[in-house]
Design a protein around this ligand. Sequence first.
Ligand code: MG
Length: 390
Amino acid sequence: MKGISVLGSTGSIGIQTLELARLHPDLFRITALAAGSNVDLLERQVREFRPVVVSCSKETSAIELKRRLSDYSGPLWIGHSTEGLERAATAVGADLVVGGLPGSIGLRPCFAAVQAGKDLALATKEVLVMAGKLFMSTVAREGITLLPVDSEQSAIFQCLHGNRECEIKRIILTASGGPFSNFPRERMERITRDETLNHPRWKMGPKVTVDSATLMNKGLEVIEARWLFDVPANHIEVVIHPESIIHSMVEFADGSILAQLGATDMRIPISYALAFPSRINSGTQAVSFPALGSLNFQMPDTNRFPLLKAAYDVLEQSGNASAIILNAADEVAVELFLSEKIPFSYIPKIVLGALNRIPPIQVETLEEIEAFHQQVVNRLRKDWAAAVTG
Ligand code: MG
């Protein structure tokens, strides 16, 4: 029985992790849950899965959860904020931590989990984007197993299983292209929030759905793959594959290409991370090749989607400050877009503008990385507020 701590339990990855735990009560026991402020769902999750540690993002949510659980019996520690998250990430009895928190907030608890010797199923891209080098050296030092949950990284990880010692010629990351891959430039000026959140293939959280539409998500995945698999950026290619059946591929020295295929359902990569190195029923639909008919591929258009190229440019820089700027600026831009303060076409403008204007500084430690991230976020929010009022 594997003890599992779920960080981001009320988000898309967390909910699907718990579905798998429900499907396999003989394999998994939920040790800890950490969530934001969706107390309704968190209360139901606590009653069903009976964790021993639970954490909310805010104190008010933790107080509300305690009040609602006044009739609950059983050992349960309820906390909040940074302390609560760290407690959930390092909970005694958790063998595997699922890092499913969206955004930079997931950085510190993922480090805490690894430092506590927990295996980590990593979905939070920002950990590798903001701190790839430091994180991978921490993983190596602690000797834990790092299991990627992002579907593309999981595909590559699966293709490399049993081929670890082989020379990798190329990693081919597939991208659905998002909802706007065939939109002409003029039409892209009028893209709405609802159109953006309606992803044609994947059901995901709002931040990653917007990032898929700008191809920033694929750019972040290029950076992720660079660190996860220790492959230089010029050996990582992106190909648009609208059907999203091939989740990514690896080409080896002999010219053989291995691909991982399956339904567009995050329960496949999540279940692989949970049960590794076994495979378990993930509850997903079978793929019908005759029904699909054909699989298509095309080159990404970096003129209409400049953020993909920006990610490659960032990897050319020494140090990871440029990656932190890219990521922080995207976080701010997507937040502004989701609150309908800027049009879709401003997202790349804000990110590219930040990369041009903000000088990268030397950052090494986790504290420096977090501080620089916050500095960039604050500066961009202030610039935006000044632009609106001035
Ligand atoms: Mg992905």
